[in-house]
Design a protein around this ligand. Structure first.
Ligand code: ZN
Length: 252
């Protein structure tokens, strides 16, 4: 482990364009349940159909009944050491951006600036009828505090949909940007994703640079990676930061 940490830090220091790709694993360490994990995954008790756009158009209350419980849990969660370490790496000019499949906004909460959210986010929502944008506070008040299901536009009464990418929807501009960033990267940190769910799983394929994979379990790209660590992200980044402290001025 020690030599692997040293290797990672050396790669970070020498990289010209380092990007991070983060998956559910970084959020589960903050206590946010994963959708697909075998035992505790949300899809074990909720059908994937809750994120079907067809179903949302006809029966939005099915999504909102699920979202009410999920959101009530998510808003209490905080970024962990790995989120903060990534924000710091960006602040120090080492990390150029984060590409994430998570919709919980924890990278923003940790202070990261350039974050591409390839599955969308819950900070904003739009009215399907008139297009009015709503911030998270409006949706939280309507959904969690008032239990108004489905959440409706205060202007025209249309149904509001969070800016999360549903199954059957086009991928957002952020995904196109993520492909460009992956192509530019000479070093990609692949964090907390088992690289099995497309289209996110194909992003490292666009990267000709080196891969560093930190995930609880093996991934299909482990053989291509320069370093693979199967340990929790929080404790791994704690060690990385300790090693980075040897870099002059890192904690100034
Ligand atoms: Zn409206």
């Amino acid at each position: 482990m020690e030599s692997e940490i040293k290797k990672i830090v050396k790669k970070l220091k020498n990289s010209k364009y380092c990007v991070a790709l983060t998956g559910a694993g970084i959020s589960t360490e903050s206590g946010i349940p994963d959708f697909r994990s075998k035992d505790s995954g949300i899809y074990n008790y909720v059908s994937e159909n809750v994120f079907s756009i067809e179903l949302f158009y006809t029966q939005p209350e099915i999504f909102y009944n699920f979202a009410r419980k999920w959101l009530a849990q998510v808003i209490t969660k905080k970024p962990n050491k790995a989120h903060y370490a990534l924000a710091k790496l960006e602040n120090k000019g080492i990390l150029k951006c984060i590409i994430t499949q998570n919709i919980d906004g924890l990278h923003h909460k940790a202070g990261s600036q350039k974050v591409y959210e390839v599955h969308g986010n819950i900070r904003t929502s739009h009215c399907l009828k008139c297009g009015k944008e709503f911030d998270f506070t409006y949706v939280k008040n309507e959904l969690i505090d008032k239990n108004n299901i489905p959440v409706k536009c205060n202007l025209c009464g249309g149904i509001i949909k969070p800016d999360v990418v549903f199954f059957g929807e086009q991928l957002p501009q952020d995904f196109m940007s993520a492909i460009e960033e992956s192509k530019k990267a000479d070093l990609m940190l692949v964090l907390g994703t088992s690289l099995t769910v497309y289209p996110v799983a194909m992003l490292p394929e666009y990267c000709d640079g080196e891969l560093i994979i930190i995930n609880n379990e093996p991934t299909p790209l482990d053989s291509r990676a320069t370093v693979v660590i199967n340990k929790p992200l929080g404790e791994t980044f704690e060690l990385i930061e300790m090693e980075l402290a040897h870099v002059a001025d890192y904690f100034v």
